[in-house]
Write a protein that binds this ligand. Structure first.
Ligand code: NI
Length: 187
């Protein structure tokens, strides 16, 4: 009984695991991810790990390929600190409509740390996705939520925010990241 209980506690503690975030450049960040067929416990565990990883980073969004899992899953929470947490799991997300009005905002990415640049995207989008329980949801997003959802959805199609930048700037960022990765590997 005690052994079982201890094992259960151990399992519970392990329930959420921080995963390591893949840094650009990496071929896994360039892949189009296939959809999730069934929202099961494995997918829920992945989503929970991703939320834990995202909050720890800290970041406002994280896509499955960034932790090496090529599946159409991303997590986000763009609430201001004073608004409380709103962990959001989006499985097989699609943008079903987008505003014609565009907005330019500064973006960053956990796979390209310490680099920020302006990206222009539709100001608002309507996002359809399956939630953590496999239920279809639709949400109208604006502000940071809209930008973040579009950025994360791009990840599922192998696209990074630096792909919106000019070739010179993108190459400069990629070269800088190659150096960062080399230094990390040596450390
Ligand atoms: Ni990103």
């Amino acid at each position: 009984m005690r052994v079982v209980a201890a094992f259960w506690v151990l399992n519970y503690v392990n329930a959420m695991t921080r995963r390591s975030i893949i840094l650009h450049p990496d071929p896994r960040l360039k892949k189009t991810c296939p959809p999730v067929e069934t929202v099961d416990d494995d997918i829920r565990a992945l989503a929970d790990d991703m939320l834990e990883t995202m909050y720890e980073a800290p970041g406002v969004g994280l896509a499955a390929p960034q932790v090496g899992v090529l599946k159409r899953v991303f997590v986000m929470d763009c609430n201001r600190e004073d608004a409380g947490k709103e962990p959001t799991v989006c499985i097989n997300p699609e943008i079903i409509s987008a505003s014609e009005v565009m907005v330019t905002s500064e973006e960053g990415c956990l796979s390209i740390p310490d680099i920020y640049d302006d990206v222009t995207r539709p100001e608002t989008v309507r996002l359809r996705f399956l939630d953590r329980n496999g239920k279809v949801e639709e949400r109208d997003l604006d502000g940071l939520w809209s930008t973040c959802a579009q950025h994360e959805l791009d990840h599922l199609n192998g696209k990074l925010f630096i792909d919106y930048l000019g070739a010179v700037r993108r190459t400069m960022i990629t070269n800088r990241m190659k150096k960062v990765k080399k230094e990390k590997a040596r450390a």
